[in-house]
Design a protein around this ligand. Structure first.
Ligand SMILES: NC(=O)c1ccc[n+]([C@@H]2O[C@H](COP(=O)([O-])OP(=O)(O)OC[C@H]3O[C@@H](n4cnc5c(N)ncnc54)[C@H](O)[C@@H]3O)[C@@H](O)[C@H]2O)c1
Ligand SMILES: [Zn+2]
Length: 405
């Protein structure tokens, strides 16, 4: 038996933010990030709509990118004091993910962060509040997923919280919010979305329901991402739907080791002055992982199907895999994303002198590889890597060398 879970309601299309007026309740807390939602007027509009719905509204702002355990605990305290019956999270993946984890702690104040990280181990929520998510980036699709990614900075590790309990009740996918994204954010979040749909399609937990969503989102991303990056707002609007479809696919089919590696490298070099941004990490690792996974016959066939839908040509599955890899690398070039960690600058752009030195990378490699194998996304990857293979794979992602094992 398999389960397929999505939010109860999804409002989409330009202006759909207004559907906040439909929420029924007494008190809403609005969780946002560092200021973009306020700056562009979306926060004020959301607050007004909620007030029109007759609710008392409190704002919890300042949620940082790649939110920390401490921020989650702080937000939960505020919720415990305010006692909202709606949690409305608006912004990129970071504030929405943080609000999901705050929700768990609000409903179960004794729940520790370690408790939250037990995969599919969250007790029943919705005793105190329902959850509405409004994305402003076109990538994580956290508005429809059963996941929340929180960083433990004391360990430099991102932990996924995974349970259908945290799939939001309402998602509002209004492309107006995505139109203010700077170019770099379009690139990173868009490649995150592509990775979601490709990993979901080859995941061992794929099914007919998730395949349809994954394939259609891949086609939409192929047709729209680069044009959206270059400023075409109609394409930007379509990307907002595409990333959401990818999210519906991966929330139910799960992901693979591209994400395991991105989670475990993202903050691993934070002491050297930067993060490897989630979407950029995925974009660099995806071609390498496709090559690694294609040693598995079923995965190879499935990559071939993706290449066919993308009309990339090729006669054999091996040819199709290579064409798919080439195509993804060309997308990285078009989006100004490096092909490997060695060339990843502190500003995320390609450079000859990346911020992660070879020495530091090699020193931390065994630990990162071990953590990546232990990541919750590894279980559904079509090929299970050994410690040695994961280290080799990460080295290929560092040096941009051929995966031949
Ligand atoms: N929950 C999931 O299923 C899931 C899936 C993938 C990734 N993630 C996590 O999500 C996080 C990344 O989220 P993200 O990529 O959406 O970015 P983000 O939320 O971290 O935001 C990045 C920056 O973009 C700004 N921003 C957001 N929307 C904007 C807009 N419309 N206009 C201008 N600026 C805007 C923010 O203020 C912030 O400074 C990571 O922690 C990642 O691990 C979660
Ligand atoms: Zn992702």
């Amino acid at each position: 038996m398999a389960r397929f879970t999505l939010p109860r309601d999804l409002y989409h299309g330009k202006g759909s933010l207004e559907s906040l007026k439909n929420l029924k309740g007494k008190k809403a807390i609005v969780c946002v990030g560092g200021g973009s939602m306020k700056r562009f007027g979306f926060l004020d509009r959301a607050v007004d709509y909620l007030k029109e719905a007759g609710m008392e509204v409190k704002i919890f702002d300042g949620i940082e990118p790649d939110p920390s355990v401490e921020t989650v605990m702080r937000g939960a305290e505020v919720m415990l004091e305010f006692q909202p019956d709606w949690i409305v999270a608006m912004g990129g993946g970071s504030p929405i993910d943080a609000a999901k984890a705050m929700w768990i702690k609000y409903e179960y104040p004794d729940c520790t962060f370690e408790d939250m990280c037990k995969v599919f181990g969250i007790p029943s929520l919705r005793k105190k509040a329902q959850f509405c998510a409004i994305p402003s980036t076109s990538g994580t699709a956290t508005e429809v997923t059963a996941f929340s990614i929180i960083t433990d900075y004391s360990k430099g590790i991102k932990y996924p919280i995974a349970d259908f309990e945290i799939t939001p009740d309402v998602a509002i996918v209004d492309p107006d919010l995505a139109e203010t994204m700077p170019q770099k954010l379009v690139a990173h979040t868009g490649m995150d979305a592509l990775t979601h749909s490709i990993e979901a399609f080859v995941s061992t937990a794929n099914c007919d329901y998730t395949d349809a969503l994954a394939i259609h989102s891949i086609e939409l991303i192929q047709d729209n991402l680069i044009k959206s990056y270059n400023g075409d707002m109609a394409k930007r609007d379509t990307m907002h739907n595409a990333q959401c479809l990818a999210g519906m696919a991966f929330s139910n089919a799960l992901l693979g080791i591209v994400h395991s590696m991105a989670h475990k490298t993202g903050a691993a070099f934070a002491d050297k002055g930067a993060h490897i941004i989630h979407g950029a990490a995925n974009a660099m690792y995806l071609p390498k992982v496709i090559k690694f996974n294609s040693k598995d016959e079923t995965a190879k066939k499935r990559y071939g199907i993706i290449a066919d839908y993308m009309k990339l040509g090729g006669k054999t599955d091996d040819e199709k895999v290579d064409l798919l890899i080439k195509y993804i690398c060309s997308m990285n070039d078009a989006l100004n994303i490096p092909q490997c960690i060695k060339n990843y600058g502190a500003d995320s752009y390609p450079t000859d002198n990346g911020f992660v030195s070879e020495e530091v990378f090699l020193e931390r490699l065994p630990e990162i590889a071990k953590n990546a194998i232990g990541d919750a996304c590894t279980g559904s990857n079509p090929r299970q890597p050994s410690q040695e293979e994961m280290e080799k794979l990460l080295k290929c992602c560092y040096y941009d060398t051929e995966v031949d094992f």
